[in-house]
Write a protein that binds this ligand. Structure first.
Ligand code: GLU
Length: 504
């Protein structure tokens, strides 16, 4: 048997962390088994589906590197695969045919119940503390009774008969699952009275038609699976194997939902988490690698992935771990690649500062970024943190908080003295000897001569030339800034502090 599995997102929201993980596990499983990974868009909820969400989902999967073998046409590329189209709204005739087949064998029937009737049933069940279920009013109408309702102008929905008994299946992750069909809410609407098919139906018709062998999806679908199995059987199709992935939980073990947590992949991407880290993180969100190792490339994951090592308990989303992985991955990127990825983040950061009144002296380019890589590569948890590390190189003048210019053990007078003396020491280095190694010694010496802690002097200099208390290494920072701007900023800072000194 050749494995065929699929991701079947509904474009009713942006690509969600959970959908991305499901896509990843399907992708890994298909690649590991030498099978086929299908992308199908389940867009039958017309009111909530949008083209923008569809684009977000496809872009996000593409960005993560989860290329599908079969799927809808995108970005001018024609649909790929033998079962096109891969958007459900373009497949309506298939569902109609399948519904006809079920009607013809009386496995489904037309249901003429009105909204009012159904609402009244539900209210009565609620009052009696019973779970909602269809009462079966239309299950056994005679041909005459149906005609009479048609004559009244009622348009029927189609209901699938849920037979009595038990549905059992062996979930690859959860083991044996048995559910009494009694608990499924009665006969199931598969086509609305306006002719549009419902999710439970389309998903089964398509999985059957597209010869899906493994349905790997979130645990939230576990309770749907018995309905789906009954539908597969009724349609005379092979029932695929099922694997239900554990829920993704917040650290407080509540379900991760878009209301309470950041769940859109685009938001993580926007913060500058690198794709390698997200893939690595999502892979470990529910799957045990079986080794102590924590860093995996997509290729390594393909090699190792095994549904048997997906756990059934909830998977806790640990943002700190994601940040750690992201930092690890940023360190592993080739510097040229990192420099390229950083440019748009730095540009966006600078644009935000311009909006706040700063003047950007130059737009960063890859050439600008290259020499900075040794200074930042070990210090970035996410690409979006680049502005905090190097923005002062691109902005003039920088904002300096005078209070920060005065280190803890100093008073303002000492700070002025320190900045001025440092300025002279640095000015004594010509353009040629303006190197990190050549700056450190003389400045340490200066501190020693005056009886200052080197750390205090360095902090005053750091704040003066960057506006920040935490930066890449100080002497490299001076070199990156250049001799002239370093001196200018030291002057400006000393001048600003001097103005604030009491005059007596
Ligand atoms: N469209 C469904 C969803 O987004 C797919 C469920 C399934 O994989 O069967 O939840």
């Amino acid at each position: 048997m050749t494995v065929r599995c699929r991701i079947a997102p509904s474009p009713t929201g942006p690509l969600h962390i959970g959908t991305a993980r499901t896509a990843l596990y399907n992708f890994l499983f298909a690649r590991h088994e030498g099978g086929t990974f299908v992308l199908r868009l389940e867009d039958t909820d017309v009111a909530r589906s949008t083209v923008a969400y569809e684009r977000d989902i496809l872009d996000g999967l593409h960005w993560l590197g989860l290329e599908w073998d079969e799927g809808p046409e995108v970005a001018g590329q024609p649909a790929r695969g033998p079962y096109a189209p891969y958007r459900q709204m373009e497949r309506l005739p298939l569902y109609r045919d399948a519904a006809e087949r079920l009607l013809a064998r009386d496995l489904a029937y037309p249901c003429y119940c009105t909204r009012d009737e159904l609402d009244a049933d539900r209210a009565a069940q609620e009052a009696a503390h019973q779970p909602p279920r269809y009462v079966g009013r239309c299950a056994n109408l005679t041909a005459g009774e149906r005609r009479a309702r048609e004559a009244e102008g009622r348009r029927p929905a189609i209901r699938f008969r849920i037979p009595p008994g038990t549905v059992a299946f062996d979930d690859i992750i959860r083991g044996r699952v048995e559910i009494e069909t009694d608990a499924l809410g009665g006969d199931l609407v598969i086509v609305r009275s306006d002719g549009t098919p419902l999710y439970h139906f389309t998903v089964v018709v398509d999985d059957a038609e597209m010869a899906i062998t493994h349905v790997i999806r979130g645990e939230d679908h576990l309770s749907n699976t018995p309905k789906h199995i009954l539908l597969f059987r009724a349609l005379g199709a092979d029932v695929p194997a099922f694997a239900h992935l554990p829920l993704i939980l917040n650290p407080d073990r509540t379900k991760m939902s878009k209301r309470k947590s950041q769940t859109a992949i685009a938001d993580y991407r926007g913060e500058g988490f690198v794709r390698e880290a997200l893939v690595n993180f999502l892979a470990l969100l529910g799957w045990a690698s079986g080794t102590e190792e924590e860093i995996f490339t997509l290729e390594q994951l393909v090699e190792r992935f095994d549904l048997a090592r997906v756990h059934s308990g909830g998977a806790i989303f640990d943002r700190e771990r994601l940040e750690w992985l992201s930092g690890q991955w940023i360190r592993r990127l080739p510097t040229e690649d990192l420099a390229e990825r950083l440019v748009p983040f730095l540009s966006a950061d600078l644009a935000a500062r311009v909006a706040g009144g700063a003047r950007v002296v130059r737009q960063p380019t890859v050439e600008d970024m290259r020499p900075l890589m040794p200074l930042v590569q070990e210090r970035l948890p996410v690409l979006g943190a680049i502005g905090d590390l190097v923005d002062f190189l691109f902005i003039d003048p920088i904002a300096v908080d005078p209070a920060l210019l005065v280190p803890r053990h100093w008073d303002a007078g000492t700070a002025v003295e320190g900045l001025e003396a440092a300025r002279d020491v640095i000015a004594a280095r010509g353009r040629v000897s303006f190197e990190a190694d050549e700056l450190e010694g003389p400045l340490r010496e200066l501190a020693q001569q005056r009886g200052w802690k080197a750390g205090d002097l360095f902090m005053a200099i750091r704040v003066a030339i960057t506006g920040r208390t935490a930066t890449p290494p100080l002497f490299d920072t001076m070199v990156a800034l250049g001799r002239a701007r370093t001196l200018e900023r030291l002057d400006a800072a000393a001048g600003m502090l001097r103005e604030r000194l009491p005059t007596d």
